[in-house]
Design a protein around this ligand. Structure first.
Ligand SMILES: NC(=O)c1ccc[n+]([C@@H]2O[C@H](COP(=O)([O-])OP(=O)(O)OC[C@H]3O[C@@H](n4cnc5c(N)ncnc54)[C@H](O)[C@@H]3O)[C@@H](O)[C@H]2O)c1
Length: 432
């Protein structure tokens, strides 16, 4: 099938590459000519495991192309996916101007029936607004259908998630686009849920918020564990073996972050508020998340006493493992708090250092270090801020030798506490 993707960012590029991989012909559009130039020159603007191979293989096969022209996309593609940003506004609600802009651009070039699919994360009832915009701005009366197809991929596992989704959600108010949508997704072995547009839009926000709730729940339990002298890892394992609960998303840490997770969560609170429901449960989830970072920061402050001019090694800048994304990253937030107190940082991340430089510029107080085992050199303490699995294999003997004082703050409960203590470290984890 001939498909178009409008917005070639995390979601758009990975979706386009995966659709091409299963045999569709995909034209990816982006408004940013530099991004399109990079892609056309064989570069990949983001890091995602497996993405580079996928893009190169499919561009070479002629199934994946990049352009700045929405007009070409509308002329060529039977199904057009909208994958543009839906950023938060200062009050937490969603800025839908990118979605409206794309709807207007599509409308300007619409001359025959097209299926317009919203993959961006949007408030419930956005599909109705997109359809209205398409009708209003179309130059000639043309038939179309608007479909909601929310995306559930996790950054860092985007290719894996798109190729093997748990479920595919199709929301539509008409039966006409359903066979085509089934055809798009036929190569993917996943249950396909066909529902109304509003329900499809709600599924995404309801699912994300539930996951955030699960994280805050275990973070609250971690605070209780600290007060009670229990171990949150043991508690999470014991809870997680109940298959009604499950072990995933039960890792205590320094709180959830990431551009999507945090913004979708705040957006959902606003969306339901506008629908007349005060979702106090979610507001509490948000408060627990902020508290969790505050408690970890206080732990560092209390242990090190004066932070001014203390040297700290920080391992991890990305908001989670397997990504170079530092947007709304708890690790970056922690670094900024430490800097405000006058600490000096030696920081490392295997993938996110380039992007982190924009939000945490190198200076006398921030030094970027390529080798994770070098980060602790001359430091008063070492902090693990992102759960990159290889940080668990840190050379603790070397770290102990090269540090001024042997103090370890494990914000992701990644290290074996007994092993760290055997190497002479004062170990401070989360809830253990
Ligand atoms: N990143 C994730 O993990 C994830 C997961 C699920 C859903 N989502 C949702 O998907 C949407 C896109 O997120 P993203 O992370 O891919 O964003 P992104 O910022 O990485 O990419 C968006 C792209 O759209 C382009 N763009 C903006 N306006 C355009 C226009 N008028 N025409 C063409 N291109 C345009 C931008 O230049 C950018 O390259 C958001 O609604 C987000 O909430 C993201």
């Amino acid at each position: 099938m001939r498909l178009a993707i409008i917005g070639t960012g995390y979601v758009g590029l990975v979706t386009g590459a995966c659709f091409a991989e299963v045999g569709h012909h995909v034209l990816c559009v982006d408004i940013d000519p530099r991004k399109v130039a990079v892609l056309n020159a064989g570069g990949i603007p983001i890091y995602e495991p497996g993405l580079e191979d996928l893009v190169h293989r499919n561009t070479a096969a002629g199934r994946l192309r990049f352009t700045c022209s929405t007009a070409t996309a509308v002329a060529e593609a039977e199904v057009i996916f909208i994958c543009v940003p839906t950023p938060p506004q200062p009050d937490g609600s969603v800025d839908l101007s990118f979605i409206e802009g794309v709807a207007r651009e599509i409308a300007a070039h619409l001359t025959e029936y097209r299926i317009i699919v919203d993959k961006s994360t949007v408030p419930v009832k956005t599909g109705e607004k997109v359809a209205e915009t398409l009708r209003r701005y179309s130059r000639t009366p043309t038939e179309f259908d608007v479909v909601s197809n929310p995306e559930f991929l996790r950054e860092g596992f985007a290719v894996e998630d798109l190729m093997n989704p748990d479920r595919i959600v199709i929301g539509t108010s008409s039966v006409r686009p359903v066979p085509k949508m089934r055809e798009v997704y036929a190569p993917f072995a996943a249950p396909l849920i066909v529902t109304d547009t509003n329900s499809a839009e709600l599924i995404k926000h309801a699912a994300n918020s539930f996951l955030a709730l699960k994280i805050s729940y275990i973070n609250a339990i971690s605070a209780i564990c600290e007060a009670a002298g229990a171990n949150v890892l043991e508690v999470a394992n014991g809870m997680g073996m109940d298959e009604r609960i499950g072990r995933r998303f039960l890792n205590a840490g320094i709180g959830f972050g990431g551009s999507c997770f945090s913004k979708d969560f705040s957006a959902f609170i606003k969306i339901v508020e506008q629908l007349g429901y005060d979702f106090r449960l979610l507001k509490e989830v948000q408060r627990i998340n902020t508290d969790q970072m505050d408690r970890f920061f206080k732990k560092i402050q209390e242990t090190l006493w004066v932070l001014k001019d203390k040297r700290l090694g920080v391992l991890g800048l990305a908001f989670k493992q397997n990504t170079d994304d530092v947007r709304t990253s708890p690790a970056v937030d922690l670094c900024q708090r430490l800097l405000r107190e006058g600490a000096r940082l030696r920081v490392h991340d295997p993938k996110a250092m380039e992007k982190a430089r924009a939000v945490l510029p190198p200076s006398d107080a921030v030094e970027y270090v390529d080798d994770p085992d070098e980060v602790s050199a001359g430091c008063d303490a070492l902090v693990i801020a992102t759960e990159w699995p290889h940080f668990a294999k840190l050379d603790l003997a070397r770290a102990r030798r090269q540090m001024t004082t042997a103090i370890l703050f494990d914000g992701r409960n990644l290290l074996d506490r007994a092993e760290a203590e055997a190497h002479g470290f004062l170990y401070r984890g989360v809830g253990r």
